[in-house]
Write a protein that binds this ligand. Structure first.
Ligand code: NAD
Ligand code: UGA
Length: 463
C-alpha cells in the first residue's frame, strides 16, 4: 500500500517531533499533526520557528524545513483523519486520577476518544498506529471500537511505541537503536506492518526495524522504561550506602559499568528520576501485574518507585538537617527545575517534590532555570499539593539570572544537570551568599575540589 497522507492525533512531545522527522525524510507524504489544544497548534504554526511549543535541540530546523511543504499542524481533526491512509495516535496516557485503578492504571480516555473519532469519520480503509505508550492488549479495545463503527471500513492496528528521550529527541528519531512495530500475524496485518516499515526504511537501516506481534510490542515499551528506571533506582540505592561508607558512587558506577554485561549508560546517581513516563509506566505495569493476580511481580517493580520517592525525600531532609535543622525563613536557591537538561519539560521533575518539601519547612525558594517559565513552576506546585496557591507564590520566586537567584542564599540546590551551571563564576556566587555557604548537588555535576577550595560546604549524592 502506498501511503500519501499521514495524520497524527496529538501534537505533544512525541507527536510533534516524530512527525516532523517523518515529514523531513518523506517529502512526498503529506503529514498533518492535529490536536484539540488550539494554543499548542498555534505555537507549532508560529511564524518564528523558535517559538514552537517544544524545546528540543535541532527540532526547529527540522520543522523549518518541512512545515508548509508537507508538514502541517491543524485543529481540524476530522479532515485530517478523513484524508489519511495511516493514522498515528499519539495522545497522552497519564496515570488515572479517579475511579478504579486511581493513581496506578493508565487513563485511556484520550485513546478511546481518538478511536471513536476515527470510527465516526473514516470512509476508507486505514492503518491505525498506537504511538502512545499503552497497557498490553489495548489494541484489542481499539479494534473493538473501530470494528463496531458500522461503516464497513477495514482497520489494521499496529503498535509502534516511541523510545525517544527528551532533550535528544531529534537525534534519537534520526538514528534510533531500533524501531519496534507490532502487527497482527495475518496477511492484512503483515501488509500494514510492511507499509510502516517502508516509511522508516527511508532513513533507518532495515536491521534496526524489529517486527513482533502486537502484544509483545505493547509490553516491550513498558518493559524498556521499567528496566531503565530500575537502573537509576539501583544506583541511587547504592548512593546512600556510598555516603555511609566513603565509597564514591561515580567510581562504583564506572567500575560496574565497565563490565560489558552491565554497560556504562544510565548509571548516574541523582536526586531521582523525573519525566512524564518512568513513574507512570511502572505504576501501569504494577497495575497490570496486579490485575492478573501477579502480586510478586507487582511488588518487585514497586520497589523502583519506592526508592525514587525515598531519594527525593532524603535529599530535602539532608538540606534541612545540614542547615542546622531549620530552613524556616531561609533563602534556598534552586538551579534547575526541568526534569533533565536540554528540555523545558518539568513533568514529575524531582525539583517539584524537593520544593514542596522545603515549602512545608517554610523555606523561601528562588529558582533559576534556563528554559522553564515561572507559570509552569507554579502550575507544577499547585498540581502536586493542595496547599493555598498564594503560599506557593509567596514562598517560591522565579528569577532569570543565576547570580541573583543565589544572592543572600543560605544554600544552593542543583536540581537539573544543565551544562551552563558548571561554567558559572562560583567565586562570585560564594561572595554573595550567607555563610556558611552550602551547595547540595543533586546531579553530581560540579567540581567538588574547586568548590571546597572557594569555601563552600559541598554535598553531593553518593559521596
Ligand atoms: P503530551 O501531553 O505532550 O501530548 C499529547 C497531546 O495529545 C496533547 O497536546 C493533547 O491535547 C492531545 N490530545 C489528547 N486527546 C486528543 C484528542 N482526542 N484529539 C486530538 N488531540 C488530543 O504527551 P506526550 O509526551 O507527547 O506523550 C504522548 C504519549 O507518548 C504518551 O503515551 C507517552 O507515554 C508516550 N511517550 C512519551 C515520550 C516523551 O518523551 N514524552 C516518549 C515516549 C513515549
Ligand atoms: C525516557 C526513556 O529514556 C525513553 O527511552 C522513553 O521513550 C521515554 O522515557 C518515555 O517513554 O517517555 P526521558 O524520560 O525523556 O526518556 O528521559 P531520560 O533520559 O530517560 O531521563 C529520565 C530521568 O532519569 C531524568 O530525570 C534523568 O535526569 C534521570 N536519569 C537518567 C538519572 O537520574 N540517571 C541516569 O543515569 C539517567
Amino acid at each position: 500500500m502506498k501511503i500519501k497522507n499521514i495524520c497524527c492525533i496529538g501534537a505533544g512531545y512525541v507527536g510533534g517531533p516524530t512527525m516532523a522527522v517523518i515529514a523531513q525524510k518523506c517529502p512526498d507524504i503529506k503529514v498533518t499533526v492535529v490536536d484539540i489544544n488550539t494554543d499548542r497548534i498555534a505555537a507549532w504554526n508560529d511564524e518564528n520557528v523558535e517559538n514552537i511549543p517544544i524545546y528540543e535541540p535541532g527540532l526547529s530546523d527540522v520543522v523549518a524545513e518541512a512545515r508548509g511543504r508537507n508538514l502541517f499542524f491543524s485543529t481540524n481533526v476530522e479532515k485530517a483523519i478523513d484524508e489519511a491512509e495511516m493514522i498515528f495516535i499519539s495522545v497522552n496516557t497519564p496515570t488515572k486520577t479517579y475511579g478504579i485503578g486511581k493513581g496506578m492504571a493508565a487513563d485511556l480516555k484520550y485513546i478511546e476518544l481518538s478511536a471513536r473519532q476515527i470510527a465516526s469519520v473514516a470512509k476508507s480503509d486505514k492503518i491505525i498506529i498506537e504511538k502512545s505508550t499503552l497497557p498490553v492488549r489495548t489494541a484489542e479495545a481499539i479494534k473493538n471500537i473501530l470494528d463496531n463503527s458500522g461503516n464497513g471500513v477495514n482497520f489494521q492496528i499496529l503498535s509502534n511505541p516511541e523510545f525517544l528521550a527528551e532533550g535528544t529527541a531529534v537525534e534519537n528519531l534520526l538514528n534510533p537503536d531500533r524501531v519496534l512495530i507490532g502487527g497482527e500475524q495475518t496477511e492484512e496485518g503483515e501488509k500494514a506492518v510492511q507499509a510502516l516499515v517502508n516509511i522508516y526504511a527511508r532513513w533507518i537501516p532495515e536491521d534496526r526495524l524489529l517486527t513482533t506481534n502486537v502484544w509483545s510490542s505493547e509490553l516491550s515499551k513498558l518493559t524498556a522504561n521499567a528496566f531503565l528506571a530500575q537502573r537509576i533506582s539501583s544506583i541511587n540505592a547504592m548512593s546512600e550506602l556510598c555516603e555511609m561508607t566513603e565509597a564514591d558512587v561515580d567510581e562504583v558506577a564506572r567500575a560496574i559499568g565497565s563490565d560489558s554485561r552491565i554497560g556504562p549508560k544510565f548509571l548516574k546517581a541523582s536526586v531521582g528520576f523525573g519525566g512524564s513516563c518512568f513513574q507512570k509506566d511502572i505504576l501501569n505495569l504494577i497495575y497490570i501485574a496486579q490485575s492478573y493476580g501477579l502480586q510478586e511481580v507487582a511488588d518487585y517493580w514497586e520497589q523502583v518507585i519506592i526508592m525514587n520517592n525515598h531519594q527525593r525525600n532524603r535529599f530535602s531532609r539532608n538540606i534541612v538537617q545540614t542547615l542546622f535543622n531549620t530552613v524556616s525563613g531561609k533563602k534556598i536557591a534552586f538551579l534547575g527545575w526541568a526534569f533533565k537538561k536540554e528540555t523545558n519539560d518539568t513533568r514529575e521533575s524531582a525539583a517539584i517534590y524537593v520544593a514542596d518539601n522545603l515549602i512545608d519547612e517554610q523555606a523561601d525558594i528562588v529558582v533559576y532555570d534556563p528554559k522553564v517559565k515561572s507559570e509552569q513552576m507554579y502550575a507544577d506546585l499547585d498540581y502536586l499539593n493542595s496547599r493555598d496557591e498564594n503560599i506557593n507564590r509567596e514562598k517560591l520566586t522565579v528569577v532569570n539570572d543565576p547570580y541573583s537567584a543565589c544572592k543572600d542564599a543560605h544554600a544552593i540546590a542543583i536540581l537539573t544537570e544543565w551544562d551552563e551551571f558548571k561554567d558559572y563564576d562560583w567565586q562570585r556566587i560564594y561572595d554573595g551568599m550567607m555563610k556558611p555557604a552550602f551547595v547540595f548537588d543533586g546531579r553530581n555535576i560540579l567540581d567538588k575540589e574547586k568548590l571546597e577550595e572557594i569555601g563552600f560546604d559541598y554535598y553531593c549524592i553518593g559521596k
